[in-house]
Design a protein around this ligand. Structure first.
Ligand code: SF4
Ligand code: SF4
Length: 80
C-alpha cells in the first residue's frame, strides 16, 4: 500500500482518482486505507494518486510492503 505523508495540503486531487475508494479525509490530512490500496495494480500501470498529487507527498508505506502478487490478490479479493 501507499502512504500519504504529513505535508499533504488537503487539495483533494487524489481522492476521486482512486479506483478502490481507498482515500479519504482523516482528522488532519488525507489518508489511504492500506486494506484497500492495491497501488493501482489490476487497474492501472501507475499509481493514480501519485500521478495527480501536486506536491509528491505519497510514497510506499513501510508498514505495508507488498509484492505484485499480493497486490493483485487484494485486487481480486475486492473486485472478484
Ligand atoms: Fe488508490 Fe491507487 Fe493511490 Fe492506492 S495507489 S490509494 S489504489 S489511487
Ligand atoms: Fe494530499 Fe497529495 Fe492527495 Fe492533495 S493529492 S490531498 S496533497 S495526498
Amino acid at each position: 500500500a501507499l502512504l500519504i505523508e504529513s505535508d499533504c495540503i488537503n487539495c483533494d486531487m487524489c481522492d476521486p482518482e482512486c479506483p478502490n475508494e481507498a482515500i479519504s479525509l482523516g482528522d488532519e490530512i488525507y489518508e489511504i486505507d492500506p486494506d484497500k490500496c492495491t497501488e493501482c495494480v489490476g487497474h492501472y500501470d501507475t499509481a493514480q494518486c501519485v500521478a495527480v498529487c501536486p506536491i509528491d507527498c505519497i510514497s510506499k508505506d513501510p508498514n505495508h510492503e507488498e509484492n505484485e502478487a499480493q497486490l493483485l490478490a487484494k485486487f481480486t479479493r475486492m473486485h472478484g
